[in-house]
Design a protein around this ligand. Sequence first.
Ligand code: NAD
Length: 482
Amino acid sequence: MSESGRAYIDGTWCGPVDGGLFEVRDPATGTVFGTVADAGPAEARAAVDAAARALPGWRGLPAPQRADKLRAVAAVLTRRADEIARTMTREQGKPLAEARAEVLSGAEHMLWAAEETRRLYGETVPASSTGSRIWLLPEPVGVVAAITPWNFPLSMVTRKVGPALAAGCTVVLKPSELTPFSALAFAEACAEAELPAGVVNIVPTTRPAELTEVFMSAPQVRKVSFTGSTRVGKLLIKASADDVKRMSVELGGHAPVLVFPDADLAKAAAGVARAKFYNAGQACTSPNRIYVHASVVEEFTELLAARTAELPVGNGLADGTRIGPLINVAAVDKVTAHVTDALDRGAKLRTGGDRPAGGAYADGSFHTPTVLAGVTDEMVVSRDETFGPLAPVLTFESDEEVLARANATSYGLAAYLWSRDLGRVIRTAEELQFGMVSVNGGTFAPPQGPFGGVKGSGYGREGGHHGVEHYLDYKYLAVELD
Ligand code: NAD
């Protein structure tokens, strides 16, 4: 059955006005999964106007009532988790269990944001004289334009919209053109939860740059929150300068994993496989360089290859699938290029390394989960984000050496370390130039954690109370009593 989607503007579902329709393909089969109204600048302007009209009412709503609305959205997402998960798997490819977990995680983010709504306290600051007072009043920044990627097409939406609404902002969201249906399912949840018209608007499009121009030039839009590639993030930061808009940018990553000789190797191999092959490696936090101490590299690589070889590849809708298709053929080509370059320069293939052909895979964009040993810093895979199911294993000799190599990247999102030596863990974690460090398998997913990076991976945090702070201004109230 083919789906059809429309933009959601001012509480109304809108058909194509100046952009016609665009197709969304199922990456497991290459067939058209659905068609969506292609929003253009006119729809983007209408969405911004609707969000601006809705702002005074939404920010003026008492916090417990805003919280109730966010909880209602979470309840709809939870109730419809199975159905939304199927939609997500059809348009994005990930295994159904991962899609369902993502919908439930999206609901968790909305619930967390609902709770934070009640805790926007402001501050009282000691003044310099008996007759004066200083208060800091939290206020929503205003209308927010949010731009999201395709790899986590629902949780990325909730990570932005949840805290923005909690702060009292209204939102115009532009989802990835590859995965608009998950975002539109979120719009349906907002409609069913009876969010006031214009509080959340969703404009799918194939012309992201044109819509961004509208957002950047609209004086009502006071904040732009972006998750996606570093290339596009830099363009948006530059474009934000003209109207001095606030920005949060969650960009690419190139995560190192440090496996020290005192690590529990079996746990480390299982943890690295989990982090690497989740979402078929299409995650900004996905391990890209797995540095293993020379004394244990052979044992570790064997364990990792064994775990990897047993991951079933297939359509995300099929029972038991652990590795679904990549988002499109270009993504598979990138993995192939990284594998080929590494093998040409002397790396050794330990498992995978190919595109499964024929049968169920005939028209989909599949790549087998792959482990390469003997990878070195000069190889392309050690510098560029692969964004696919490729685990490259490198060797190190000393703590100082591996720290320097791990930090030698323009990115700074996530790093992982495995060790049972407490002193080494703390010293290494402190020296890693990354926004998030996982120790012995810690995960970055829960809504109470402030997710985000440093250096070329961007700035801003999503999750925790820090996430809401990015949608607030503090008005400085200076009062003379007499
Ligand atoms: P992308 O930058 O191509 O697209 C992201 C979004 O930007 C999409 O909605 C797209 O339509 C839009 N876009 C594309 N060109 C644009 C332009 N010129 N102007 C305005 N908007 C534009 O990234 P992607 O391929 O969708 O996502 C993968 C990238 O996202 C990876 O680099 C990954 O590391 C990164 N990512 C980062 C995080 C994080 O939290 N740091 C999370 C997920 C993904």
